[in-house]
Design a protein around this ligand. Structure first.
Ligand code: LLP
Length: 444
């Protein structure tokens, strides 16, 4: 077991987060429940922001909203002075509804639709991260129609294979994301944009993957990107002003995971960029980082209630909880592993080895295989740790389970930031065509 942020075990042997007893949170808000430690999120924002500002003043941290985005989160990010990376019209809309400044939005996506592009042009997003030549051409046409100018980064594939699950590896040549360097697409795009009237070429972007512990691939990516800035200058005379190195920095899911501190990580990235820029005698570009997971991941905990317990004699004990792949797709998708604690009896005995099952109709719906926990009974509360990133944002309604509520906890107070979905929410967009209506409902 490990505790992060403001977590502690209180005098009742209960897990406490942000000064709130999780047993009380379960009573007040029900389970499953996503609990976000606001102080830890703010601490992580500040660690990135302040370290980068100290070591590399011409810089900006952009939080990658896909990790966890709600209107309250947009407010928090605005307060912390970070920019926001958005990946869809829905994320742009969420930010705008929360009053987040459009000029601080960085718009990603490998297939932005014309409608999304128009929305982004209309509200004036700060940067478009163009992912293909086809998108570049579309953006120029739509910008002309809208009589707007757009500031553009190119997303590149630096050709680096980072050690992480292959579903979350993105920097390698065979990836749907980005323009290839080796195949010349990136340079073709640069030459094209320099001739376009409505697009302003501002910078380069890459993102090599996610949940990466090793620093080497980040260093290689930084070198490759600065080399390309140098090449662009030699070939076209154009000096690229901004460099966005994406996110991807790994966090602790298991107690033996040992990521660098955020400060150390930022130091290493900065020195790689400076070193390479000096070698090429290039002025330092403005530097952006786009962390998602490392800002919110360890700040999130999912609280479940234990239900059915089933023994398969001689094989294993399945302990089912009232959530699963509907609130946490990561075990099923990436074979992700987690630690958990019994929130209402953190230190307990005897310990037993169990496997934690979800309740969806799918054999792959397992949250944790083989974990040692104090003996569990129906009604116990199980807290799964490090669920702040890519859990709420990837939640779904399989089996028509309503999605859980989200609370921010801070200084002994819990604030609801997303209401629990209701059954009524589940059917609110459903329509029954007249010919299918039961007679009593006809013409309603
Ligand atoms: N920037 C870009 C362009 C990205 O695509 C991503 C994540 C990030 C930044 C933030 O990366 P982070 O710092 O969070 O690693 N659903 C997967 C992760 C997908 C990551 C997608 N891109 C998971 O649950 O592991």
């Amino acid at each position: 077991m490990f505790l992060t942020g403001t977590m502690r075990i209180n005098e009742h042997n209960h897990l406490e987060i942000g000064g709130c007893d999780t047993v009380e949170l379960a009573k007040e808000f029900g389970t499953p429940l996503y609990i976000m430690d606001e102080a830890l999120i703010r601490h992580n924002c500040a660690a990135y922001r302040d370290t980068l500002a100290r070591l590399y003043p011409k810089s900006q941290v952009a939080y990658a909203g896909k990790a966890f985005l709600t209107m309250a989160m947009c407010r928090l990010i605005a307060e912390e002075g970070l920019a926001l990376d958005v990946a869809s019209g829905g994320e742009i809309y969420t930010a705008l509804q929360a009053g987040f400044p459009a000029a601080k939005l960085i718009f990603h996506g490998n297939n932005k639709t014309p409608e999304e592009i128009k929305l982004a042009l209309d509200c004036g997003v700060g940067r478009f991260v163009v992912d293909s030549i086809s998108e570049l051409e579309l953006l120029e046409v739509l910008a002309e129609e809208a009589k707007k100018n757009a500031k553009v980064y190119f997303r590149l594939k630096p050709g680096i294979e980072a050690h992480t699950h292959h579903y979350i590896q993105t920097g390698q040549a065979d990836s749907k994301f980005g323009l290839g360097l080796a195949d010349g697409q990136a340079m073709t795009a640069v030459k094209l944009i320099l001739k376009m009237k409505h697009l302003e070429f501002k910078g380069l972007h890459c993102h090599i993957g996610s949940q990466i512990f090793d620093f080497k691939p980040f260093q290689l990516a930084a070198y490759t990107m600065v080399d390309f800035i140098h090449e662009i200058k030699k070939e076209t005379g154009f000096l690229v002003e901004e460099l966005d190195l994406g996110g991807g920095f790994g966090i602790r899911y298991l107690k033996d995971d040992d990521p660098y501190s955020l400060t150390k990580f930022v130091e290493l990235v900065v020195s790689s960029v400076k070193e390479r820029a000096a070698e090429h005698d290039l002025p330092l570009p403005k530097l952006l980082l786009e962390p998602g997971r490392s800002i919110v991941g360890e700040a999130g905990t999912t609280l479940y209630t234990v239900g059915a317990i089933k023994d398969v004699p001689g094989i294993r004990r399945y302990v089912a909880v009232d959530g699963g792949m509907t609130d946490n797709l990561r075990t099923a998708l990436y074979e992700a592993k987690y630690e958990a604690v019994v929130a209402n009896r953190v230190h307990g005995s005897p310990l037993e080895k169990v496997s934690i099952a979800g309740r969806a109709c799918e054999s792959g719906d397992m949250l944790i295989w083989d974990i040692e926990l104090p003996q569990l009974n129906r009604g116990d509360l199980l807290a799964v740790l490090s669920t702040g990133a890519y859990h709420y944002s990837m939640a779904n309604n399989y089996n028509r389970y309503p999605r859980p509520a989200v609370v921010f906890v801070r200084d002994g107070r819990a604030n609801l930031v997303v209401k629990r979905e209701t059954y009524a929410d589940l059917v609110k967009n459903d329509l029954i065509p007249d010919y299918l209506k039961p007679s009593g409902l006809k013409n309603n």
